[in-house]
Design a protein around this ligand. Structure first.
Ligand SMILES: Cc1cc2nc3c(=O)[nH]c(=O)nc-3n(C[C@H](O)[C@H](O)[C@H](O)COP(=O)(O)OP(=O)(O)OC[C@H]3O[C@@H](n4cnc5c(N)ncnc54)[C@H](O)[C@@H]3O)c2cc1C
Length: 530
């Protein structure tokens, strides 16, 4: 195969500069990887291309003189998954194929499928309530291989490895099957240790209907949010049964699979760009916010055998007639399929808009600079830990808003907060985007440094709060890059809690053991002995 004759991959680095890479789309990843290595090409695995800005960055000096060039290998997708025999070995599954072993509760899926496609195949083969518990909000666009490689997680706050049985990894002449503890050498490693060709997941049965419940949270008082989360703790605890089995929670018939935050200003920004029917519904929610004097909405999602009205009653504290101190008078329920689509459009509207604005260059302006927080913290059930963590975020928001006022007239500072606020993992993403006029490079550079310093303070405060209150920082939803960022903010790996330190050590060992053809993109902290 002549890799140099392939078209260029349309990938850019963090600064918007096109990356030097050829693109190879293939259903046969193993053979293509082996051939690329034989010809001494560096391999950059590509998936659904939905990941964070900067995911494909690499330094030209890490490639020059060492490799013939970089080839971005992307698994070939399909409109729908092609079903093959249940006993097809994992290393024989092509990128667009699934093998469903219904009696064992296992599904093997090719790297080029989305989880929506895999769940559709499960619905057809097993039943409509069967699914893999991977719930990223990009579930319909991110690929199986990319999700495993990033270690992405959605509102449920479960890593792919929570239901991952094995992956097939192409990292040399032949493939190998990675299982058990060793999955940590692939999950969250961004393709720096090899390329996922297929993955085998355990699937589960979930209660029949999915619901959404939006509650305006009065004031921006961290105690109110902390009280709500502490109260809902039991409904968020899911017990994973044997593969194929029914998932259950401590909340009986109802399982909460996500508690997400949408701030009132994000909702307003969404309304300005939204289309019907989501726009009218979002306007209704904004009105609820105003009636309730609320600054944010808590968006609860879950599965239940109950009707939405009965779910509401079952979540209610009979003594206070509130849900964890939050009044239900202005709450709005969503239950049918179409309603849930609208609900998701609203819930995801804010992050979508923030990501798009961060990528698009506006006329007369420099390319925006953007950074987002990603640090997942599993909380104990008491609210003091929650308060400490939420206060750290409130301080960050305050500092960024103050910076915005200070820079007004030269740099525009945009802050958007959204994301996961569940006791099973607090990770409210705070995206800060800076817009500078053309010629404003120096001012932009100074503003970047100021935002980065505030972000380091936030991560530091979160590490401290977690240590003091018995919470556990598990990294972020960008796998190893989030770990490295946390270590940098902490002032070095030595300052991390033992569990995080151990994960970084394992990540380093995996990167150092991988062929340089993959590991050339890894941060330098992972490519040198500690
Ligand atoms: C609308 C939207 C919503 C999102 N919601 C979430 C969310 O809820 N939670 C979350 O965690 N993230 C979320 N993301 C980010 C993104 O979807 C995830 O990081 C996702 O896991 C990336 O998958 P992908 O297939 O697009 O990978 P890509 O973006 O193509 O690649 C990501 C990284 O994985 C590597 N890679 C890709 N494929 C392979 C492979 N086969 N083998 C080895 N390495 C590979 C790439 O080299 C790259 O480093 C969201 C993004 C968008 C646009």
């Amino acid at each position: 195969m002549d890799f140099s004759g392939l078209p260029r991959a349309e990938l850019t680095d963090d600064g918007g500069k096109p990356l030097e890479a050829q693109l190879c789309v293939t259903a046969h990843i193993a053979q293509t990887v082996a051939e690329a290595l034989r010809q001494n090409w560096a391999v950059m695995a590509a998936g659904g291309l939905t990941s964070a800005i900067g995911s494909y960055d690499y330094k030209a000096e890490d490639v020059a003189d060492r490799f013939k060039g970089v080839v971005a290998i992307r698994p070939k997708g399909a409109l729908a998954a092609e079903r093959v025999a249940a006993d097809t070995p994992l290393d024989q599954i092509l990128t667009h194929q699934v093998a469903i072993a219904a009696d064992q509760g296992l599904v093997s899926a090719g790297a080029g499928l989305t989880f929506t496609q895999v769940n559709a195949a499960l619905a057809e083969a097993v039943g409509p309530t069967s699914r893999i518990l991977v719930d990223l909000t990009s579930i319909a666009s991110a690929y199986v291989g990319g999700v495993v490689a990033t270690g992405g997680m959605g509102p449920l706050r479960l890593l792919p490895s929570a239901s991952l049985e094995a992956v097939c990894l192409a990292d040399g002449e032949s493939t190998r099957i990675v299982e058990g503890e060793a999955l940590g050498t692939v999950e969250g490693m961004q393709g720096w240790t090899g390329m996922v060709t297929a993955a085998r997941f355990r699937f589960y049965d979930v209660p029949a209907s999915e619901f959404g419940l939006v509650l305006p949270v009065q004031g921006s008082d961290v105690d109110t949010v902390a009280g709500l989360l502490a109260y809902l703790h039991a409904w968020t605890r899911i017990t994973l049964p044997a593969p194929g089995g029914r998932i259950t929670g401590e909340g009986g018939d109802t399982v909460l699979n996500g508690i997400e935050l949408v701030s009132k200003d994000s909702l307003e920004a969404f309304i300005a760009h939204a289309e019907e029917p989501a726009r009218s519904k979002a306007e209704g929610l904004l009105q609820s916010c105003e009636y309730a004097g609320a600054d944010m909405l808590a968006c609860l999602t879950g599965w239940s055998e109950l009707s939405i009205d009965d779910v509401l009653m079952s979540l209610l504290d009979p003594e206070t007639e509130t849900i964890g101190g939050v009044m239900i008078d202005f709450g709005v329920g969503f239950s049918s399929g179409a309603e849930m689509e609208t609900f998701r459009a609203i819930r995801e509207g804010a992050p979508d808009l923030a990501r798009t604005r961060a990528r698009v260059v506006q006329p007369g302006k420099l390319k925006p600079w953007s950074t987002s927080t990603d640090i997942n913290i599993i909380m104990p059930a008491d609210s003091s830990a929650l308060v400490a963590v939420l206060e750290a975020y409130a301080d960050y928001r305050g500092a960024i808003r103050a910076l915005g006022r200070e820079l007004a007239g030269s740099i525009e500072v945009e802050l958007s907060a959204y994301g996961h606020l569940s006791p099973m993992g607090i990770d409210p993403h705070h995206r800060v985007t800076l817009f500078a006029p053309e010629g404003g490079e120096a001012a932009l550079a100074a503003a970047r440094l100021a935002v980065a310093a505030n972000k380091r303070t936030l991560i530091h405060d979160l590490l401290f709060a977690a240590e003091r209150h018995g919470a556990t920082i598990t990294g972020g939803e960008k796998g190893a890059p989030s770990l490295v960022e946390i270590a940098r903010a902490a002032g070095g790996e030595g300052r991390l809690a033992p569990a995080l330190k151990a994960r970084l050590r394992k990540a380093r060992a995996a990167v150092m053991a991988a062929p340089a053809n993959f590991s050339f993109r890894a941060p330098k902290e992972l490519r040198t002995e500690d």
